[in-house]
Design a binder for this molecule. Sequence first.
Ligand SMILES: [Zn+2]
Length: 157
Amino acid sequence: MFRIGIGNDIHQLVEGRPMMLGGVHIPADRGGAGHSDADVLLHAIADAMLGALCEGDLGVHFPDTDPQWKDANSLQLLSRVAWLAHERGLHVVNVDATVMLETPKLRPFVFSMRENIAEVLGVEASVISVKAKTSEGLDAVGQGLAVSAQAVVLLGS
Ligand SMILES: [Zn+2]
């Protein structure tokens, strides 16, 4: 059996917050606003996995009204979602994700992101794809106001 899911996330960029992407701290003068650590990449992947499981979305499982998840490490959130999949006898076949950020360039950090995600999901980094793009100066991402991510996850039994 195979199950596929899609996930999207966007966070506003604000001063005074660390920028976390794929569990990697990116040196930047601004970071994502949000209740947790605002790691859009991990949120998109976790949402895609929940979608594949038909288990609602991250907000259902980790409500932002719950103080337990304030500044939460999103690797822990993803780990919980991975556990839900394992409970159903499903494992990650592959992940394909894209992060949209105008600056800084993410390429030097992509391998560390893939390793972090692979470790939490219990797979090899070779099945985790992370692509980094800009918005060419267009829209909120392009104007440096936001960071966003999309992910597709395939689960198999
Ligand atoms: Zn998010």
